[in-house]
Design a protein around this ligand. Structure first.
Ligand code: PLP
Length: 338
């Protein structure tokens, strides 16, 4: 990557092999779990998919790092593998984590159901109210963890203050950037230490795989990779190939999703049956100014409440013709979920 390359160029070209293998524009799938020793190499030079040595894995890692302006990137078998492997690398028994409330349910489940048995303490913070964070910090606090935009209320944490708070108290700042993607927000550029993605969503963008990614400094990704080698959540080469293909069109897809979600949010706001619409691109969203100062778009996710409650929601769902009633996000289909 050179500094003058824009995001669209990096999506296509960053991290690719040079020269290209056999001249192929598209990296072939290295569907092999066995690789011969390099003559003279040591045990630590062993190539093996779980050790993230496949070109399909390393090219994606470099591309993701270039997209978010990190030193190194790593792909994993799911967004939850990325979250759990990161947190289990930076936290040990006796440590304490500050984590945003109203998080993705899988992350909430990890820290509330798995961490107590591991001796890791957790306190929840309101990401939108920095005045409340200091009271929750302990001498054993090691990290602060937030999401770019929360699901399902679409709240926006005060990200610049999260970074300042982390630096002031020597904490690692970690963000799940799934909802924004590198197109709308590049968290490392404002000082976050580690950015995590569920690539299952926008980054792949075609509703046909599960994958995760982590981007950060060379040293932090090196540590996380060692832990990943033991925990085993590596990404399969065929899934790498699909993710690689999907990423190249991320900006085209996301810019469209930014626009269409904003139009739907504006339409719902003006509809008499709708009580509230949660979308950070609406000027009555509580963190609209903040979101404007951080993001270049607000993504394809929104939530809303109907005046007549859950029964009316079910009636609405029954009348929808094209959308699928399914969780997840980021693909070409419109999904709705209660
Ligand atoms: N982070 C966010 C914000 C999510 O919405 C999800 C899944 O919906 C995940 C992480 C977990 O990703 P995965 O399903 O790829 O493990």
């Amino acid at each position: 990557m050179t500094k003058h390359q824009g995001l669209q160029t990096r999506l296509v070209h960053a991290g690719e092999l040079s020269p290209k293998l056999g001249g192929a524009a598209v990296l072939p799938i290295f569907q092999s779990s066995v690789f011969e020793h390099t003559p003279g190499g040591s045990y630590s030079d062993i190539a093996y998919p779980r050790l993230n040595t496949l070109p399909n894995q390393t090219v994606l890692g470099r591309k993701l790092a270039a997209l978010e302006q990190g030193e190194r990137g790593l792909v994993l078998s799911s967004g939850m593998a990325a979250i759990s492997t990161t947190l289990l690398t930076v936290l040990k028994s006796g440590d304490h984590l500050l984590i945003q409330d109203s998080l993705y349910g899988g992350t909430y489940g990890l820290v509330t159901r798995e961490f107590p048995a591991l001796g890791i303490d957790v306190d929840f913070i309101d990401g939108t109210d920095p005045s409340t964070w200091a009271a929750k910090r302990r001498p054993s606090t090691r990290a602060i963890y937030v999401e770019a935009i929360t699901n399902p209320l679409l709240r926006v944490a005060d990200h610049r203050t999260v970074v300042e708070f982390a630096k002031a108290h020597d904490l690692l700042s970690i963000i799940d950037n799934t909802f924004a993607t590198p197109v709308n927000f590049q968290p490392l550029t404002i000082g976050y230490d580690i950015s995590i993605h569920s690539c299952t969503k926008y980054l792949n963008g075609h509703s046909d795989l599960v994958a995760g990614a982590i981007v950060g400094s060379g040293a932090s990704i090196e540590n996380i990779t060692h832990r990943l080698n033991h925990l085993g959540g590596c990404l399969d080469p065929h899934a790498c190939f699909l993710l690689h293909r999907g990423i190249k069109t991320l900006a085209l897809r996301l810019n469209w999703q930014n626009q269409s979600a904003l139009r739907i949010a504006q339409f719902l706001t003006s509809h008499g049956s709708v009580k509230t619409v949660n979308y950070p691109g609406l000027d009555d969203h509580p963190q609209y100014q903040l979101a404007q100062s951080l993001f270049s778009g607000y993504g394809g996710m929104l939530s809303f409440e109907l005046r007549d409650g859950p029964d009316a929601a079910q009636t609405l769902f029954n009348r929808l013709e094209l959308s699928l009633q399914a969780p997840s996000l980021g693909g070409p289909e419109t999904l709705v979920t209660r």
